[in-house]
Design a binder for this molecule. Structure first.
Ligand code: CP
Length: 331
C-alpha cells in the first residue's frame, strides 16, 4: 500500500508487508507517545476529528496522537451542533471539513458512510468505525497488542489460536480483526457467541477459503480452552432494531477469574483483550472486576497502544516518517 495521502477505511487494501511498516513506525513512536521524547514533525498540520457517534478511546487517542506529533486538532463531536441539522448533507460537510484540515478521522453510525465521505474530498480519511462495518485502526492496535503480549514477531502470528467472544454479528472491531488475521497462515479461530449473533457468513466463507481452522460454539469455557489469546467483546445493544432484543443478550458472556483459571489453568498468562468499552451495567460485564488486577488482563495496555499505533498512521499518511526517523537517530 502507498501510505502517503491514503485513506484507511477498511483492512481490505492492507497487505502483510504494510503491517510490518506500520508496526515498525509504531514501535519507534512509543517514546514519543509516552512523552519520554518530544517531536514537532506535524507542527502546523490540522486534524479534523469528526465523531457522529459516541467515543472515548478512539476520539481521544487519535487526538492525543496528533498532539504528540506537534499538530493541532479541531473537533466535531455532536451532529446536532453542526449545520447538518439545517439540512446540509454529509457530503458537503466532509467536503468543507476536508478544506480546513490536512487529514480527517471520522466515525459514523452507518455502515458504508465512510466510503461516501471519501468520495467527497481528496483529504485523507481514517475511519474510526462505521456502524457495524469495520474499525480498522482498532484491529491494528489489537494485533500490535497481541504481538507485544505474546512476545511474537509478525511471522510468529502464523499458527495463532484466538478465541473471539460476544456479539460477532455487529462487532466492527471483530470484523476488522478477522480480516487482519486472514493475512497470516493457519490461524485457529474459536468463535463463541449466541447463535443469533454469530460472525457474518461472508467472513466465515473468507476464513474457509484461506484454509484457516474455525470452531464455532456457544460455550465460553470450551471455546477459550487451549487458545493463545482471548478477545472479549460487548453486546452492541445500540445496533439492535429494538432495545429489548439487545437487552435479551446482555450478559451472555462474563469472563470471571474462576472461569479463566478453570479453562486456562491457575497460573495462566493467556492475554485477555477487549476493544472496550466494557459494559459495566448490572447483568452485563464481559470481563468481571475480579480480573481487574490480573497480569493477563491486557485491556488497558491495549487501549494505550492506540496512541503509538495512530501516531504511526498519521506519520505515514502525512509522510513525515523519514523526518522523525532522522530526529529519532539524533536524539
Ligand atoms: N474501542 C473503541 O472504539 O472505543 P470507543 O468507542 O470508546 O472509541
Amino acid at each position: 500500500m502507498h501510505f502517503h495521502g491514503a485513506d484507511i477505511l477498511s483492512i481490505d487494501p492492507l497487505e502483510r508487508s504494510d503491517l510490518a511498516t506500520i508496526f515498525e513506525v509504531a514501535a519507534m513512536m512509543e517514546v514519543y507517545a509516552e512523552h519520554q521524547k518530544i517531536t514537532r514533525v506535524l507542527e502546523g498540520a490540522v486534524l479534523g476529528n469528526l465523531f457522529f457517534e459516541p467515543s472515548t478511546r478512539s476520539r481521544v487517542s487519535f487526538e492525543t496522537a496528533f498532539y504528540r506529533l506537534g499538530g493541532s486538532v479541531t473537533n466535531i463531536l455532536d451532529k446536532t451542533a453542526t449545520s447538518i441539522v439545517k439540512g446540509e448533507s454529509l457530503e458537503d460537510t466532509i467536503r468543507v471539513m476536508g478544506g480546513y484540515a490536512d487529514i480527517l478521522v471520522i466515525r459514523h453510525p452507518e455502515e458504508g458512510a465512510l466510503k461516501e465521505c471519501a468520495e467527497a474530498t481528496t483529504c485523507p480519511i481514517i475511519s474510526a468505525g462505521d456502524g457495524a462495518g469495520e474499525h480498522p485502526t482498532q484491529a491494528l492496535l489489537d494485533l500490535y497488542t497481541i504481538m507485544k503480549e505474546t512476545t511474537r514477531s509478525l511471522d510468529e502470528i502464523n499458527g495463532l489460536s484466538i478465541a473471539i467472544i460476544g456479539d460477532l454479528k455487529h462487532g466492527r472491531t471483530v470484523h476488522s480483526l478477522v480480516k487482519l488475521l486472514l493475512l497470516f497462515h493457519h490461524i485457529h479461530f474459536s468463535f463463541i457467541s449466541p447463535k443469533e449473533l454469530s460472525l457474518p457468513s461472508d467472513l466465515l466463507e473468507r476464513i474457509a477459503s484461506h484454509g484457516h481452522s474455525v470452531r464455532e460454539g456457544t460455550d465460553l469455557i470450551h471455546g477459550i480452552r487451549g487458545v493463545d489469546v482471548i478477545y472479549m467483546t460487548r453486546i452492541q445493544e445500540e445496533r439492535f432494531l429494538s432495545p429489548s432484543e439487545g437487552e435479551r443478550h446482555r450478559g451472555s458472556y462474563s469472563l470471571t477469574k474462576d472461569l479463566y483459571e478453570l479453562a486456562c489453568g491457575p497460573h495462566a498468562r493467556v492475554p485477555i483483550l477487549h476493544p472496550l468499552p466494557r459494559d459495566s451495567r448490572p447483568g452485563a460485564l464481559e470481563i468481571a472486576h475480579d480480573l481487574n488486577n490480573h497480569p493477563a488482563l491486557a485491556i488497558f495496555r491495549q487501549a494505550r497502544n492506540g496512541i503509538p499505533l495512530r501516531m504511526a498512521l498519521f506519520a505515514l499518511i502525512l509522510k513525515v516518517t523519514d523526518k522523525i526517523k532522522k530526529e529519532h537517530s539524533l536524539q
